[in-house]
Write a protein of this length. Sequence first.
Length: 106
Amino acid sequence: MSRQRGLVLGLVVVTAVVFAAISYAALFWALHLARLSGAVDVRLLQARFAAEGGIAWAMQQLAYNPAWSSGVGTDLTLNGIHVDVVIPACAATPCLPRKLEAKVSY
């Protein structure tokens, strides 16, 4: 009878160790994914704000000179992020409203 108790105790200890290892691995993986997604979110926010800054800069340029255009594009670097603002050429006189685009790269 006491031999069976020792066997059951051993099985309980081994099961507890395996469960603890699996729990630790799951917790480590969840924390890793949380850190990874946080880094991606920060870069997306930086890209969005840089693009909005490029658009604001282009709008200011157009306020001073409504016929101004970038042709192929206007290169800006905001906080280490490259922003290419595309301003189409003025199609008519006087210039009609034009669609501005900003493309961001790191």
